[in-house]
Write a protein that binds this ligand. Structure first.
Ligand SMILES: Nc1ncnc2c1ncn2[C@@H]1O[C@H](COP(=O)(O)OP(=O)(O)OP(=O)(O)O)[C@@H](O)[C@H]1O
Ligand SMILES: [Mg+2]
Length: 267
């Protein structure tokens, strides 16, 4: 099982859209996937077609028990795909857990909970802040995908987030590493965006991932329709960028489908 957090300190840059795009790509690849919605806004929960969840991620953070996970995790409401896609949903109750002063033990509860599960891939949608929830997500993760737009404020936020990732790598026992920086809604025709991309590349080198993700009308459309990109007319081209990003994750993790692992174990 490989755990990937999608995060940024700035709101509205595309974290949830990247989680949903990766979930659609993982499903098309046949990976069993769990999306953990840690954002009290519940945008991923909504777009994955989950309504009125019983238990939510806040309950799991308070009591990381198999029983609570069993009550909280539900299948996504997307039309049937190639593989299981499940959701650990969020609600505004999750906000109560976003403590700025969360300590060591609290930061480890998500990691403890995920340790009881068996998916090929876990994608965590983090809220736009660096308090307890985002740090819990990072402590639980093998890799962090940092999402940004190519503007000065967003790029400054990337620098602050990398400092936090470094600190978690030094102080917590997990195997967290940055996977890279995704430039979302990138418009190469705009000189300021090209300049901000160049500044990011000077600071972070190959961690700035290529390709970038363009602005595509089908992205919000799919979210409004509560459907995966590949179910939308014109969605296949948008899905491609996420398939490439999933490929990076697969190479970082040597991810194999659970079905393939079973087949090779019984051979
Ligand atoms: N590549 C894209 N093309 C077109 N629209 C996009 C793209 N990425 C994101 N959006 C739209 O931008 C808005 C913000 O995106 P999203 O909700 O994914 O950001 P976020 O970082 O998760 O926000 P928050 O910080 O509030 O959680 C949404 O309406 C989404 O549909
Ligand atoms: Mg979001």
């Amino acid at each position: 099982m490989f755990v990937v957090s999608v995060c940024s300190l700035k709101g509205g840059v595309g974290k949830t859209s990247v989680v949903l795009g990766l979930a659609a790509a993982a499903r098309a690849r046949g990976l069993t996937t769990l999306v953990v919605d840690l954002d009290p806004q519940g945008d991923a929960t909504y777009a994955l077609g989950v309504d009125a969840p019983g238990a939510v991620s806040a309950d799991v953070l308070e009591r990381p028990k198999r029983k609570v996970l069993g009550r909280a995790i539900v299948p996504a409401g997307w039309p049937r795909g190639n593989a299981d896609l499940h959701v650990l949903p969020s609600s505004d109750a999750t906000a109560n857990l976003d403590r700025p002063d969360a300590d060591g033990e609290q930061l480890h509860t998500l990691r403890t909970a995920l340790g009881k599960l068996d998916y090929d891939l876990v994608l965590i949608d983090a809220p736009p802040s660096l308090s307890g929830l985002t740090r819990s997500a990072l402590v639980a993760s093998d890799r962090a995908v940092v999402v940004t737009e190519a503007g000065a404020f967003a790029v400054n936020a990337v620098t602050r987030l990398f400092a936090a990732i470094d600190e978690i790598r030094r102080t917590e026992a997990g195997g967290l590493q940055p996977l890279g920086i995704v430039l979302n809604r990138y418009k190469p025709s705009m000189a300021e965006q090209r300049a901000q991309r160049a500044a990011l590349e000077r600071a972070f080198g190959p961690l700035v991932l290529s390709p970038t993700l363009p602005d595509r009308a089908v992205v919000p459309k799919a979210q409004g329709a509560r459907a995966p990109l590949d179910a939308m007319s014109g969605g296949a081209a948008a899905l491609q960028g996420f398939e490439l990003l999933l490929g990076r994750i697969e190479r970082a993790s040597r991810l194999t489908r659970r079905s393939d692992r079973r087949a090779s174990a019984s051979a």
